[in-house]
Ligand binder design. Structure first.
Ligand code: BGC
Length: 788
């Protein structure tokens, strides 16, 4: 048994004092159960209202909102119905400089909003940076980098005068083929939640508004505007809602509701999703906008009454004239179909978000670019020195999958280098030649669709490798054709090392408008594109030191060559953004020791995954909680590479696990996990247990380890065998040791009780599982939890 110490101070505790656990806790639990049943009545009453009164803003005052809400309410009190509606109605596509625009309201000295994609940089603008994709920053398992990326991106959006950045995308990788997986933070809700929190904090730090999307259950592109994602309540809470909850904890001011239906009702007019979950249970104070032209089954009135606050880009459908809001909403208010109080609430939410971010301070830049006409605008260069950060994030997000005989890093004595595959080179037409990156030509550094930005420059691997080779007097032999296997073999034969580059691309569906090499958003299959398997086999047939480099949107199937004895190393580079070539060279030559970890599982067979794209109207989440590694663990399926996996050029040892209880939290007991905003309760989220262990770099070079903490739940919780509940990114010089400390809260152990509509911790034995991946367990102890 680990040493169980009671009453030690936890340095990761945010605000809690430390209390002696005693029978007081039991007494309080009893009181809270009584409170719970009272709440249940209140909830029932609320439901009886028929859902025409979404929980208004300011019901509870949390975070920095109170002053902004007071100010917004005062302003709204002076506004006409028409002006209030204007705040909520987009002006229409291409009627303003940004992808979404709301009009100025002169009566309150309000300039209107510019809403702009994307989660990887400022879209449709020049002199901006293109950051590594969301899936890459997730692979760093590094909160500092996640925050830094958000901060840098936030500065660029603000520099261009954008009010609202349309990101991050915090949907979950449910099916490995889903087209927008690369925009997200992976297949685990905890990892996604941390990335969501840090990204929002970074983006919003200097006044920008962030918009988390796509709320909720937009986990595939096929039929995204008509299908119904059918998900049970527990799975919703424990998997799909969590990242959105973390965004609220970070103070996010806006949400984008998704195109799809959720359990039979469009997300943007779904009372349960918008009002019960978001505005009541999670206490969200900001506003909810539609995804672009999101279809509402009924009139906008209904959606407003269910909790929608803004329509984007304004008109009902692409190219249409009428709007769900605008005059229709003015009339609905006049005829009483929408209560004035609801309109006031919408307007207050939108203005409060603007005030809470200080965008009214007078020094917020105005829009200085035009998405639709590049000859307009000021062409402000907002890149700063972000290229350095992007290069280091690209390297830190690169996952070394295989490295037999320490093939990598390459020494400076390498003399001849083969570089094979179209992905190694540039797109001959330029990095932005395909609109919205709707092609897979040359280095793949982003997927396609609204999640992209235009490259100011893009470093391709061949250029970066050639520059490195020149500096060490090595010669590069290249063949950039994927199809010409003879040329590939000729280039590879007899060289000290052969790099073979393969890709897999995906993107946004855009309802059939975009077809890339036969793929309509979601990938057709998990194979490498352009005959990548054959290319690898051809090169490996010639060269004993074949290194496969993968630029891909997610998992690819590598079974045809992964065990080939000449494939000595495999580098999964993902989508590294504009510095792709440099980031890769940093890893290949060991200037950066790889520490990226897979944010999803790579299976041996596509059929090993629990969920695939559904081609029908119903997208049934029948796998429930069992997505990705949760499914592989539960069913003893051996993956090719598991979630959390990644190699380093050094090695680490783990020892001395100690588990420390921090009882109590008496001070905030009154905010127990019931009632309004119950899922936000600090009682639930404050530190409860700390886990410490010793980590040592036992290898020959400095490096970063990513220790991961999983909880193996008590059988009574009926949960997956283990679930990620903490991680860290720890740099250690060779031979160095450190004590790693990770905190757990009650929420780390909690399961959602759908009957009582509350979080609870089932009593029982829980495994505290510390390891280097989801299958590489290094330390383990069991603890008994009393449950509540
Ligand atoms: C996408 C959103 C995007 C919006 C505006 C939609 O098609 O789903 O993610 O923000 O367009 O471009």
């Amino acid at each position: 048994m680990a040493k169980l110490l009671v009453l030690l101070l936890c340095s990761c505790a945010l605000s809690l004092g430390v209390f002696i656990f005693s029978s007081i806790e039991a007494v309080l639990l009893k009181a809270s159960r009584q409170h719970n049943s009272r709440y249940h009545h209140a909830l029932t009453r609320n439901q009886n209202t028929g859902g025409t009164t979404p929980t208004p803003i300011g019901t509870k005052h949390v975070g920095d909102w109170p002053a902004a809400i007071v100010k917004a309410k005062a302003v709204v009190a002076s506004m006409s119905v028409k002006d209030k509606v204007a705040l909520a109605t987009g002006v229409g596509r291409e009627k303003g400089p940004c992808v979404g625009n709301t009009p100025a309201v002169p009566s309150i000295d309000y300039p209107g909003l510019c809403l702009q994609d994307s989660p990887t940089g400022v879209r449709l603008a020049d002199f901006v940076s293109v950051f590594p994709a969301g899936i890459n920053i997730a692979a760093t398992f590094n909160r500092t980098m996640m925050r830094a990326r958000g901060l840098a991106m936030g500065a660029e959006f603000k520099g261009k005068g954008v009010n609202v950045a349309l990101g991050p995308d915090i949907n979950i990788v449910r099916s490995p083929r889903a087209g927008r997986n690369w925009e997200t933070f992976g297949a685990d809700p905890y990892l996604t939640g941390e990335a969501s929190f840090e990204t929002v904090k970074g983006l919003q730090a200097n006044g920008l508004q962030a918009c988390v999307k796509h709320y909720i259950n937009n986990e595939q592109e096929t039929n995204r505007t008509s299908s119904s994602s059918n998900v049970d309540d527990r799975t919703t809470h424990e998997i799909y809602l969590h990242p959105f909850f973390k965004a609220i904890q970070a103070g996010v001011v806006s949400f984008m509701c998704s195109y799809n239906q959720v359990n039979g009702t469009y997300a943007c007019e779904n009372e349960h999703v918008l009002n019960d979950l978001l505005k009541t249970e999670l206490g969200f104070q900001g506003y909810v906008m539609t995804d672009w032209w999101a279809r509402l089954d009924e009139f906008g009135t209904l959606a407003v009454n269910k909790g929608l606050d803004m329509v984007m880009p304004g008109e009902v459908s692409r190219g249409g004239k009428s709007s769900y809001f605008g005059t229709a909403l003015v009339n609905a208010v006049k005829t009483g179909q929408v209560p004035t109080s609801r309109l006031d609430d919408m307007a207050t939410r939108i203005l409060a978000a603007y005030y809470v971010q200080g965008q009214d301070s007078g020094d917020y830049p105005s829009v200085n670019f035009d998405s639709w006409n590049s000859s307009r605008g000021k062409h402000m260069d907002v890149q700063g020195d972000h290229k350095k950060l992007i290069r280091s994030m690209g390297a830190a997000s690169t996952v070394l999958l295989k490295n037999d005989g320490s093939q990598l890093p390459l020494g400076n004595s390498v003399r001849s280098i083969a570089v094979v595959g179209s992905d190694a080179g540039p797109n001959p037409e330029g990095p932005n030649s395909c609109l919205g990156r709707r092609c897979n030509v040359g280095i793949l550094a982003l997927g396609w669709g609204s999640g992209t930005a235009d490259f100011t420059y893009l470093i391709d691997p061949l250029s970066a490798i050639t520059a490195k080779a020149n500096s060490i007097n090595a010669t590069v032999f290249s063949s950039l054709s994927d199809a010409d296997l003879i040329a590939a073999k000729n280039a590879s034969s007899g060289k000290d090392v052969a790099f073979v580059f393969i890709t897999a691309d995906s993107g946004e569906a855009s309802e059939g408008h975009i077809l890339v090499e036969g793929n309509l958003g979601d990938r057709n299959d998990l194979n490498a594109w352009h005959g990548g398997n054959e290319l690898v086999k051809a090169v490996a047939g010639e060269n004993k030191n074949t290194v496969v480099i993968i630029h891909a949107v997610g998992a690819i199937n590598m079974e045809l060559w992964i065990d080939h004895p000449n494939v000595t190393a495999v580098v999964h580079a993902g989508l590294q953004g504009q510095e792709a070539g440099n980031s890769l060279v940093d890893i290949l030559w060991g200037d950066v020791n790889p520490s990226g970890r897979l944010p999803y599982t790579i299976a041996k067979s596509p059929s090993d995954y629990s969920a695939d794209i559904s081609s029908g109207y119903n997208v049934d989440y029948t796998e429930g909680l069992y997505i990705d590694y949760r499914w592989f663990d539960q069913n003893n399926i051996t993956p090719r590479f598991e979630f959390g996996y990644g190699l380093s050029y050094t090695s680490f040892s783990y020892s001395a696990l100690a588990i420390v209880y921090l009882r109590g939290g008496l001070g905030d007991k009154s905010q127990g996990p019931i009632g309004l905003e119950r899922s936000l309760s600090s009682w639930l989220h404050n530190d409860w247990i700390t886990v410490t262990f010793e980590l040592t770099n036992t290898g020959l070079v400095d490096g970063t380890e990513i220790p991961q903490l999983y909880i193996a739940p008590s059988p009574s919780s009926n949960s997956p065998p283990k679930q990620l509940r903490n991680f860290d990114s720890v740099f250690l010089r060779k031979g160095e040791s450190t004590l790693v400390k990770m905190c757990l809260s009650r929420y780390s152990f909690a399961v959602w009780n759908s009957v009582e509509q509350r979080w609870g911790v089932p009593r029982g034995k829980y495994g505290i599982w510390v390891g280097a991946s989801s299958r590489d367990r290094r330390l383990y102890e069991e603890i008994h939890v009393r449950g509540f």
